[in-house]
Design a protein around this ligand. Structure first.
Ligand code: HEM
Length: 152
C-alpha cells in the first residue's frame, strides 16, 4: 500500500505541478517574450514532451488508485473522500483526453502547416481546459485533505 500511495502521489506531483508551471509561469513568460509563430512552436515542442509524461502519470494514478480501492474492499466500502477522488480524478482524465485528442493533435498539425491564427485559437482552447483541470485538481486535493481530517 505504501508503494502504491508513493507512486500515486508522484503522479499527482508530476501532472498537477507540470500544469501549474505551464499555466502560471511558462504561458505569461512566452507571451511576454515571443511572437505568435515562435510561441506556437514552443508550445508544440512543450506538449510533445510533457504530454507523454502525463499519459504515464494518468496510467499510474488510475492503476494505483483502483488497486488501493480494492484494499478498502471496493468503491462502496471506501471512505467518501476516496469516492470523491475517483469521480474527480476520472473527470480530470476525461479533460486531459480532450486536451490531447481535440487540442494538441490539432495544434501540432496547424503548427506544421504554419497556420498561425487557427493554431492560436486551438492553443486558447487548450489553455481553458488546462485551467479547468488545475481547478479540478485543487478541489480534489481539498476533498482529500478534508476527508483525511475527518470532515466527511
Ligand atoms: C480515478 C482516480 C483516482 C483514484 C481511484 C484514487 C484513489 C486513491 C486512494 C484509494 C487513495 C488511498 C487513500 C487512503 O489511503 O486513505 C488515494 C490517495 C491519495 N490521492 Fe488519489 N485517486 C485518484 C486520483 C487522484 C487525484 C486526481 C489526486 C490529486 C489531484 C489524488 C490525490 C491523492 C492524495 C493526495 C492521496 C493521499 C491521501 C492520504 O493518504 O492522505 N488522487 N487515492
Amino acid at each position: 500500500m505504501i508503494f502504491l500511495k508513493l507512486f500515486h502521489l508522484l503522479s499527482v506531483v508530476l501532472w498537477v505541478g507540470g500544469m501549474f508551471f505551464a499555466y502560471v509561469v511558462l504561458r505569461p513568460a512566452a507571451v511576454e517574450t515571443l511572437q505568435p509563430p515562435e510561441r506556437l512552436r514552443l508550445w508544440d515542442a512543450v506538449f510533445r514532451r510533457f504530454l507523454h509524461w502525463v499519459w504515464g502519470a494518468v496510467v499510474v494514478l488510475l492503476v494505483s488508485g483502483m488497486v488501493m480501492i480494492r484494499f478498502f474492499g471496493g468503491v462502496a466500502n471506501s471512505p467518501t473522500f476516496v469516492q470523491a477522488m475517483l469521480v474527480l480524478g476520472t473527470l480530470m482524465v476525461a479533460v486531459f483526453a480532450l486536451v490531447y485528442f481535440t487540442g494538441y493533435r490539432k495544434l501540432k498539425a496547424l503548427v506544421a502547416a504554419q497556420q498561425w491564427p487557427e493554431a492560436g485559437k486551438v492553443l486558447g482552447k487548450i489553455r481553458q481546459l488546462v485551467a479547468l483541470n488545475l481547478a479540478l485538481s485543487i478541489v480534489t486535493l481539498c476533498a482529500v485533505a478534508l476527508g483525511r481530517a475527518g470532515y466527511f
